[in-house]
Design a protein around this ligand. Sequence first.
Ligand code: AMP
Length: 279
Amino acid sequence: MRVLRSIDELRSIRALSIANAQKVGFVPTMGALHLGHAELMKVASDQSDISIASIFINPKQFNSASDLAKYPRTVDDDLAICTACEVDYVYLPEISDVYPEGFDTSITPGSLGSLFEGASRPGHFSGMATVVVKLFNIVQPDIAFFGKKDYQQLAIIRRFVADLNLPIQIQGVETIREIDGLALSSRNAQLTKEERIEAPRFFEILKTFNRTFPNTDNLKDAIATALKHLQGLDHFQLDYFEIADQATLQPSRDISKPLVVLGAILGSQVRLIDNQELQ
Ligand code: AMP
């Protein structure tokens, strides 16, 4: 594993990969790596000739300076995880390469960006989309890997890749969870003891909903039951719970189409998101 810090280094690797007809796989991250990121990197190194991860805490996708300040920074541990996952390169961008002086352009998702997480975190998806497009242009991967844990993010990325004709294949990777079902997230460390004990209920409720879902006569009841359980959590407030089309994320009850159930709950310091593709 080699650490890269300059755009020129990435350009050389890309030129060589084209000359040798090698497929470049890319995993963008914000660091504080855990087994969820590790899974993305393992899948990337399995499915590519050259695998590249990046670690960049993108200031433009945080809603407040305090949220940005408290985001964990664990570069040494992160690099050890990247080595263990056998990625070939880790790109640590300089902030001035990503946001040079006078930077004044952004990618703003359309309707997909204002739903759900977008409603609670104004500007978040524009910041995310802008940095992902920039990283795509710097790394120029053939294929990029994103977690289904951030389902809306993945849907937005698929949308702008199609809309902007970016020549990159996007692959979603299943959510990696704690043994008790809680989706791994670098923000879980901010849960209080009581919240951490109750948090796995969130996934259980979504999973139970998914199990009852095929029985369409019961869809209304299943929604009411899930809502009741989510609203009954002691340490979290329900933010949203919705069934939506997997691609557009528009709320839908049309069971002939692929659907996903998406939810978010708020703890004292942290909001948790989770989802289940319905089957
Ligand atoms: P982040 O560092 O939070 O920006 O996440 C980088 C990538 O890791 C994104 O594609 C996330 O969706 C993915 N990711 C985060 N948590 C998980 C998880 N528990 N399982 C699978 N992928 C994840």
